[in-house]
Design a protein around this ligand. Structure first.
Ligand code: SF4
Length: 306
């Protein structure tokens, strides 16, 4: 339950499902996950995105194993690594039957319509939460939470809600006012910036040079191609990790939550490999096992397709 909620943060069920099955088959208990090496977990997570979740899941599994099991109150769950307000409430309600107010994007939409809350999101979250609190029952709070989420996912959908089928139709203010398509109101989105960076492909005798990214920050702790230190806030400096000749190998485009990245690929044509430091040679034929995040896996495909 906890692992599924972590994997489903910002991710669709269709995308997360196979990862969830793989994780449960390989590490069927939280103790097994806690005992697994970081690199093995990060490699299994590769491609699922939002890698800070994987790092938090490792820390959380170890904290839970260390205390002999999950705590069963929302407050204590909230104190575990990676459990935000929503996840702590969902686990408390669904796994432990505690009364907790569970508000995800689906519930947000249902409640905003049910009570005709006009204030735009995200500012409306406080009012939506207060309204959700009023209707959360003490009996079977987990079933209530799941029913509300399912209602939002299948009936009270963002476009064309199926109000004729809805069990809340007699109570719904948006429906009574004919405003279900307008609600919830969303504030205009900020323009998403585009960042530029470079990844460096250094190949020698069928092996490519890989580094492990610093533990904190974007794609932290993941194996990757060396790059020119682009971040969400600034473009890369373009400086290669090695002197000698480089040639352009194409561009990879990737979308992160808050920015788009245009990642140029530079391919090494020199012979100063001895200058390299702080990484590892990895067989190109076994790159699938390196657990590269999607961005670098795309860059590697570009380099090997040449
Ligand atoms: S009646 Fe329509 S708008 Fe209201 S909660 Fe049901 S599906 Fe959503």
């Amino acid at each position: 339950m906890w692992l599924s909620e972590v994997m489903l943060q910002q991710t669709t069920t269709a995308h997360a499902g196979p990862y969830f099955a793989k994780f449960l088959a390989r590490w069927p208990t939280v103790d097994a996950l806690a005992a697994a090496p970081d690199e093995a977990i990060m490699a299994e997570w590769a491609g699922l995105g939002y890698y800070s979740r994987a790092r938090n899941a490792i820390a959380c599994a170890r904290a839970v194993a260390g205390r002999g099991g999950f705590p069963d109150t929302e407050e204590e769950l909230r104190a575990l690594p990676g459990l935000g307000a929503y996840t702590a409430a969902a686990v408390a309600a669904i796994a432990f039957g505690r009364r907790a107010v569970v508000v995800d994007a689906n519930v947000e939409r249902v409640v905003a319509r049910l009570f005709a809350i006009d204030e735009p999101l995200p500012g409306a979250r406080k009012a939506i939460r207060a309204a959700a609190e009023r209707i959360t029952p003490a009996r079977r709070p987990g079933d209530f939470a799941q029913a509300m989420m399912d209602l939002g996912a299948t009936i009270c959908t963002p476009r064309d809600p199926k109000c004729l089928l809805c069990p809340l139709s007699t109570e719904c203010r948006a429906l009574a006012q004919g405003r279900q398509a307008e609600l919830p109101v969303k504030a205009a989105k900020k323009a998403r910036p585009t960042r530029e960076g470079t990844a460096f492909w250094i190949e020698r005798e069928g092996q490519v040079w890989l580094v492990t990214r610093p533990p904190k920050g974007l794609l932290g702790g993941m194996r990757a191609l060396p790059d020119d230190r682009w971040t969400a806030r600034r473009d890369g400096g373009g400086d290669p990790p090695l002197s000698g000749a480089w040639r352009a190998g194409g561009v990879v485009r990737h979308t992160f939550t808050h920015f788009d990245l245009e990642l140029g690929l530079a391919i090494y044509a020199g012979d100063k490999w001895r200058e390299l430091d702080g990484g590892e040679w990895w067989p190109v034929a076994e790159l699938d096992a390196a657990g590269l995040p999607t961005l670098f896996a795309k860059a590697a495909r570009l380099a090997t397709a040449e």
